[in-house]
Design a binder for this molecule. Structure first.
Ligand code: FAD
Length: 368
């Protein structure tokens, strides 16, 4: 095992105040980087990321099969998501409570007409099963202001909106670096990776901004229960439109829950998708629904990319919510937790991830 003492921040001869190591380059980790750099510009901030790219569950990439750039999944943020908007900046908000009722073949508008479908999108779980604390907090934050209910959808530029603007703050980022263990007692003294290790200095701080499954493995905890989401992108031969020229439409009574068009890419989201995870006919069935919504015949299936996320979000039921951590502290004084799952009472989302990154960065900055 190769052990590095100190970090790249010292070896390049920079004057540094203290060193912060961020594990995981998802929205939570990158928000922590931005926050630390904003408040301690001279501090060295390095990221270790297991994958070969940044972004985690929220990113875009070039898809060789579809021959275009796509998001890993259609994402929406609400006007109420202030932390997410600080990263994303301005955009064209749309009112998302317009649904196509497949059974009655007509549009159905309004929050109160479609509240079950909206809740499923927000919580990735039917309303009745969602923890009451999560419901209460979401209702308080979303419903007092009309504008807060408007949404901004990703248009296959997720990395440009959420990842790249924060990545620039990091002093270093190492990809393919998988954290396996943290050693020490009281304070963490060593980060153990797959192939090597990093000895931590006295004032060094670590923010673990990994997903719950991987964090639990490192800290020896039982992982929390998760819920899947499926995303399908279809690439059509010509740009398509949805009823009323909408960019996004909700679906009532179908397999699909949201359909979005962006030029010649049609993206479909299926929440709480556990029962479909092995269904290869899904792409066919969902495409037929898209065609019914558009009032056209499903003559043939265009090329598509289906992405199934078994652990897309936590299962937001009461039992799982109760097991989420109350704050970002860990058994190590100098190690802090971030990640959407760490924000008890909030649904796992870009907003929760950004808030968690900010909270962990604040705590790390105040650790002397
Ligand atoms: C299909 C889908 C649809 C979604 N739709 C929406 C939506 O519409 N609106 C919304 O707000 N949110 C949505 N979300 C949720 C949102 O994407 C997540 O809440 C957010 O991206 C989580 O960010 P994070 O930084 O907490 O975690 P992640 O993005 O999971 O980042 C964790 C990072 O840690 C890295 N990592 C893990 N283990 C290790 C290790 N051992 N060593 C080093 N690095 C490690 C991972 O590779 C990853 O890059 C959706 C998610 C999915 C999957």
């Amino acid at each position: 095992m190769q052990i590095h003492s100190g970090g790249k921040g010292l070896s390049d001869g920079k004057m540094t105040e203290s060193r912060f190591y961020i594990i995981g380059a998802g929205t939570a980790g990158l928000t922590a980087v931005r926050y630390i750099k904003k408040h301690a510009p001279k501090a060295y901030v390095g990221i270790f990321e297991a994958a070969a790219h940044p972004g985690g569950r929220c990113r875009s990439f070039y898809d060789a099969k579809l021959q275009c750039r796509v998001d890993n999944a259609l994402h929406a943020i609400l006007k109420a998501n202030r932390e997410a908007l600080k990263i994303r900046g301005k955009g064209d908000f749309v009112y998302p409570a317009v649904f196509y009722d497949l059974k009655n073949r007509k549009l159905c508008r309004g929050i109160f007409q479609n509240y079950r479908e909206i809740a499923l999108a927000l919580f990735n779980l039917p309303l009745e099963q969602t923890a009451s604390e999560i419901l209460r907090r979401s209702v308080c934050e979303l419903f007092p202001f009309w504008n807060a209910r408007k949404a901004l959808f990703s248009d296959n530029k997720q990395s440009e909106y959420f990842i790249n603007p924060q990545l620039i703050y990091a002093d270093d980022i190492t990809y393919g670096k998988v954290l396996k263990d943290i050693e020490g007692s009281g304070r963490a003294t060593k980060l153990v990776f797959c192939k090597d290790a990093l000895k931590l200095g006295k004032g060094d701080k670590v923010i673990c901004a990994m997903d719950n499954f991987n964090t639990a493995r490192i800290f020896g905890d039982m992982p929390l229960k998760h819920n899947p989401i499926i995303n399908i992108h279809y690439r059509t031969s010509t740009p398509l439109t949805l009823p009323g020229g909408r960019q996004v439409i909700g679906v009532k009574g179908g397999l699909a829950q949201w359909v979005a068009v962006n030029g010649d890419i049609v993206s479909v989201i299926i929440s709480d998708a556990g029962k479909y995870l092995n269904d290869d006919e899904l792409a066919f069935k969902v495409w037929r629904e898209v065609c019914r919504i558009r009032g056209t015949a499903a003559a043939f299936l265009p090329p598509y990319r289906m992405m199934k996320y078994r652990r897309a979000t936590l299962c937001h039921d009461a039992e799982t919510n109760a097991r989420r951590p109350g704050d970002c502290r860990t058994v190590f004084e100098n190690v802090f937790l971030a990640g959407d799952w760490t924000m008890k009472n909030l649904p796992c989302s870009i907003e929760a991830a950004a808030l968690s990154g900010k909270r962990a960065a604040k705590a790390a900055l105040s650790d002397k």
